[in-house]
Design a protein around this ligand. Structure first.
Ligand code: SF4
Ligand code: SF4
Length: 389
């Protein structure tokens, strides 16, 4: 099997196809700290792409409450269990922009396959119909508070870590650099676009074997019970191509990202040094990939929640959680400015500039598309309007 380089693991790893990176990679950063769990993103996606017969249980974007929620139910626990205990990370090397998390010493899902007879590409499993049925199971459900005496506690939770916690995890297809859905398809029906790294399923080629559903560790390839083909998030590629009349030919962010009420989402290009996403992931290192140890090099990144227990976050986002939370809690002027640009425009922000007063986003052509003040203006009510009763 060929060896490919995975920068999130800072090492070569096995993958069935040779390394071939796109010209630029569709990606996004989600700030978990700001999500209010309103599910507007889920509904925006559903009403656009998955409202037809056969797609009833299909949510390309879902928001689940951790630690107990999951769509399909238990997807991450089951995949972690299938991968088995791993030695973890050698995280000594700290400030490398290209490989900021250290070296992963364990096996990936491809490397963990012990017997390749029968053509098995990666460790995985096929969720049951029951597991797909309740997308928001255990929503808003925290873990139990560790009781002190007879179930009674003397005080509540306090930062930096709450012992009783939950948080919202926003999930779409990661448009992985090494997609296991693509690797597992026996019919070569799945492809990754050279222009933007979007991973798509050719509906004419798909025969509904569900090998992609079994192999995708994030369970973001789904089976349509009417067409008998697999379907998945398409990154709203017509919008990305500037086909939406509102955008006048310019690249537009996807529906889940643009509808976000909490303004927690920033879409961009992780491999373009001018993109806000590149800054957040590679330079500021405040946004981390989800389960990088799976070995797919996922392209959706998360600013981890400040209040959740660190060991729980580390198994989810890798060894750099403490540093990411520290940087988010005491933001640099550039990060503070950039956070104001989240959710500020329906157009893709290709580059940006932070001044003393404004955060400014630019389009592909270098023209300004959005300007947001960094500090809220303060207005003092004149004394003739004083609110005294
Ligand atoms: S998240 Fe799953 S469906 Fe999406 S590209 Fe990665 S392996 Fe494929
Ligand atoms: S729309 Fe935004 S704030 Fe609401 S659930 Fe989705 S990601 Fe969270």
């Amino acid at each position: 099997m060929p060896k490919v380089y995975n920068w999130q693991l800072d090492r070569d790893m096995e993958f069935p196809y040779k390394e071939k990176r796109p010209k630029r990679q569709f990606s996004a950063v989600y700030n978990i700290n700001r999500c209010i769990g309103c599910q507007t993103c889920s509904m925006a996606c559903k009403s656009t792409w998955t409202h037809s017969p056969g797609q009833e249980a299909m949510w390309w974007n879902n928001v689940e409450s951790k630690p107990f929620g999951g769509y399909p139910q238990g997807w991450d626990v089951k995949t972690l269990a299938a991968l088995g205990p791993q030695p973890g990370w050698d995280a000594v090397k700290k400030e490398d922009e290209k490989a900021p998390y250290g070296v992963y010493r364990g096996e990936t899902l491809v490397e963990a396959v012990k017997d390749r007879e029968g053509g098995k590409v990666a460790v995985g499993y096929l969720p049951t119909e029951e597991e797909w049925r309740y997308p928001n199971i255990n929503e808003d459900t925290p873990n139990e508070y560790p009781a002190m005496v007879d179930g009674v506690t003397s005080r509540g939770s306090e930062l930096p870590e709450h012992q009783t916690f939950f948080f919202y995890l926003q999930r779409i297809c990661n448009h992985c650099t090494y997609p296991l859905c693509l690797a597992a398809c026996p019919n070569k029906a799945i492809y990754k676009r050279e222009d933007d790294g979007v991973v798509l399923i050719d509906q004419h080629r798909c025969r509904g074997y569900r090998a992609c559903v079994e192999a995708c560790p994030y369970k973001k390839s789904m089976y349509n019970t009417q067409s008998h083909t697999s379907e998945k998030c398409i990154a709203c590629y017509p919008r990305l191509e500037g086909k939406d009349p509102l955008s006048e030919g310019r690249a537009m962010i996807s529906r889940c990202n643009s509808s976000c009420v909490g303004k927690i989402r920033m879409q961009g290009w992780v491999d373009d040094p001018n993109s806000p996403v590149h800054f957040l992931v590679h330079k500021e290192k405040v946004a981390l990939p989800l389960y990088p140890q799976f070995g797919t090099e996922p392209n959706i990144y998360y600013i981890p929640p400040r209040w959740a227990p660190r060991p729980y976050l580390k198994q989810m986002f890798g060894p750099r959680v403490e540093e990411a939370i520290e940087r988010y809690t005491k933001p640099s002027p550039e990060l503070l400015g950039l956070l104001q640009l989240f959710g500020s425009s329906q157009l893709v922000i290709w580059s940006y500039k932070i001044t003393d007063n404004d955060a400014i986003g630019f389009g592909e052509d270098g023209k300004e598309i959005i300007r947001v003040p960094i500090h809220e203006p303060v207005y003092i009510r004149p004394s003739i309007h004083l609110n005294i009763t």
